[in-house]
Design a protein around this ligand. Structure first.
Ligand SMILES: CC(C)(COP(=O)(O)OP(=O)(O)OC[C@H]1O[C@@H](n2cnc3c(N)ncnc32)[C@H](O)[C@@H]1OP(=O)(O)O)[C@@H](O)C(=O)NCCC(=O)NCCS
Length: 177
């Protein structure tokens, strides 16, 4: 990794930074894949200070922030104890509901560091399976998850821009260490 990365649970102090980071990373990720108006409508609704405040305070989920160098917000992950879809059959499942890095730091091993932190959170909660939904056209993320042992187990409807998408659901065992 080029610069040291520090990963920790988010606090209320992080909320404005998370709003900005989540908005920018979502825009960058889907810019070439989706309609710009749909992207703007989605980020305006999903990545509000109120929503991130609620996530930070939610005892049933963990929000991790990743900071590089002198405290530059470069990534975040959200792990949530949600009801998995029926296609997730592994034991003690937990959802990785968001995993995003700033475009400028992708390809440096920070994604790997965040995934290891997600595993540590899952282990501490006694979870043995991580599952997630991913846009099927997001090939970079699909390849990353495959490298981490995730396999397709089914699909789940995702409403975006007024259209329903059948997002692939991927799942993997949480490593023991
Ligand atoms: C998904 C995501 C978090 C993965 O992060 P990443 O930086 O691409 O993945 P990694 O951390 O494994 O880095 C991989 C690359 O860094 C290189 N690398 C350098 N140092 C490394 C290290 N110490 N450890 C691991 N890889 C390292 C690897 O060789 C690899 O290069 P390659 O892709 O050319 O083979 C990231 O691509 C991302 O944020 N994408 C946009 C958001 C997104 O799509 N999220 C998922 C929504 S479902």
């Amino acid at each position: 990794m080029p610069t040291e990365l520090s990963i920790r649970p988010a606090t209320l102090h992080d909320v404005p930074h998370l709003v900005e980071l989540a908005t920018n990373t979502f825009r960058d990720t889907y810019r070439l894949l989706d309609d710009p108006d749909d992207i703007e409508a989605y980020v305006a609704e999903a990545f509000t200070a109120d929503n991130f405040t609620a996530l930070v305070q939610d005892p049933s989920s963990v929000l991790l922030v990743a900071l590089a160098g002198e405290g530059q917000y470069v990534g975040y992950a959200h792990i949530a104890h949600t009801q998995p879809p029926p296609c997730v059959t592994g034991p003690a499942p937990v959802e990785l509901s968001r995993l995003y890095l700033s475009e400028s730091v992708i390809g440096n091993g920070y994604g790997a560091a965040l995934m290891q932190a997600v595993h540590a959170v899952a282990r501490r909660a006694g979870c043995q399976t991580v599952w997630l939904g991913v846009y099927d056209r997001n090939e970079r993320a699909r390849k990353f998850y495959t490298r981490w042992g995730f396999v397709d187990v089914g699909t789940k409807d995702f409403l975006f821009g007024g259209k329903l998408y059948a997002d692939p659901i991927m799942a993997a065992a949480v490593p023991d260490f």
